[in-house]
Write a protein that binds this ligand. Structure first.
Ligand code: GLV
Ligand code: MN
Ligand code: MN
Length: 407
């Protein structure tokens, strides 16, 4: 645990934020420094390190022949990130390799650790972009042309930080994939559980909505003549909030980003731009929510006299993980700590992309107070250690495991 703890803390020193979190937006200088550090650790462990055309980094411990059992996650963060999201999964992967090497354990297949580009999607949408390209869900060309929230082109930033690699995408399908991650939600803690065998990931729909009105003087423009995009944006935010409450279950809706132009006290705005993040574990309910929101755009246009344009940023259907791998994870986690449950993931993860090409599941450990995407994100060392042990045992078991035809 001391090694894992010190690696987490060392990586957290890159892009530190005042409240003790991390800011390593994808393909920034901080992301490059984080990658450099992880690559150095991979090299120190004698792993073969490669970088693919979208900047995903893979360290492989070639301890045997055959397709690797892969783990991994991401080290990019949201701007107000904690120090565990993604980083924990990558660094626990390195810990698995080091622990095996020190114990003289030789797994039956190679073990690989992946560091996927731009999992967060907070700078370049969609999220899970690197793993999506890895599995062939998006072409490299299309991904390189994505423009970020700061106007930068992804391909330019990738080259600038020196991580436009040589290995082609799509990449090889591993023998199996298992990702260890903090839960980022409240369920494990609320139910006094210590480990989660993750059964799948909910569907996600991201849109950018641009509402255009008529900019004018705040004092002289009668209310009846206004075309106020901020009022329409506020209406939309409340509409999706109420929709999620009305649907209940796993439905969640978020307006996480709102920009107003020109953003001045005495000017009716010209434009408001906001993002919609809509998720559900049930694809038909997710589609129903999307349809209701689309109808509401028409209502807003009428009520506020504004024009609404939408841009799709991400759309992924719910993913169900592989039953064999879920069972394996659950058995191992239960053996480590009986306080283990099966659960879906509320957050998006690279594992949901890898699930398209190989048997996949995930392991969760508790998040204190269910807080994540926030510097206060915290998981106790004992839980981090539990998770790393579960990852080690799962990877070794997967290295021993032959999947049947139907995968
Ligand atoms: C990724 O972290 C997401 O679920 O937004
Ligand atoms: Mn993550
Ligand atoms: Mn995240």
């Amino acid at each position: 645990m001391a090694r894992l703890r010190s690696r987490i803390d060392e990586l957290a020193k890159i892009g530190p934020t005042p409240a003790g979190g991390s800011c390593r937006l994808a393909l920034t200088d901080e992301d490059r420094q984080g990658r450099d550090l992880v690559c150095r650790w991979m090299n120190d462990l004698g792993m073969t390190v490669t970088v693919d055309a979208i900047g995903n980094v893979f360290g492989v411990w070639n301890c045997a022949d055959g397709l690797p059992v892969m783990t991994g996650s991401h080290i990019d963060t949201v701007r107000t990130g904690g120090i565990y999201d993604g980083n924990y999964g990558v660094l626990a992967g390195l810990e698995v390799i080091e622990a095996c090497q020190l114990a003289g354990i030789t797994p039956k297949r190679p073990l690989a650790v992946g560091v996927f580009t731009d999992e967060e999607g907070a700078r370049f949408a969609p999220d899970m972009l690197g793993s999506l390209v890895y599995v062939g869900g998006m072409s490299v060309e299309e991904a390189l042309d994505v423009v970020g929230i700061d106007g930068a082109r992804l391909g330019d930033e990738l080259s600038r930080i020196g991580y436009a690699g040589m290995t082609p995408c799509p990449g090889i399908a591993p023998h199996a994939f298992v990702e260890l991650h903090i839960e980022q939600g409240p369920l494990l803690e609320a139910q006094q559980q210590r480990l989660g065998a993750v059964t799948g990931v909910q569907g996600i729909s991201w849109q950018e909505v641009t509402i255009t009105g008529q900019s004018n003087h705040a004092g002289t423009t009668p209310m009846s003549l206004r075309k106020d995009p901020v009022a329409a944006a506020a209406d939309l935010a409340v509409f999706v909030h109420d929709l999620a409450h009305r649907y209940g279950g796993n439905q969640v809706c978020t307006v996480g980003k709102l920009d107003v132009h020109p953003n001045l006290v005495n000017v009716v705005a010209a434009r408001a731009q906001l993002t919609l993040d809509v998720r559900n574990t049930d694809e038909s309910l997710l589609q129903k929510a999307e349809a209701e929101i689309a109808s509401h755009f028409a209502v807003l246009g009428q009520s506020y006299g504004v024009k609404i344009d939408t841009k799709r940023l991400a759309r992924f259907e719910p993913v169900q993980f592989n039953d064999d791998v879920i069972d394996l994870v659950e058995t191992i986690c239960t053996d480590i700590d009986n306080a283990t449950i099966r659960m879906p993931s509320g957050a998006g993860h690279d594992a949901q992309m890898l699930a398209r090409v190989c048997p996949t599941a995930m392991i969760f450990v508790p998040s204190k107070d269910g807080i994540s995407h926030n510097p206060a994100e915290h998981t106790d060392d004992a839980d981090l250690e539990n998770g790393a042990n579960a990852l080690l045992r799962t990877m070794l078991a997967l290295a021993d495991h032959d999947f049947k035809e139907n995968q």
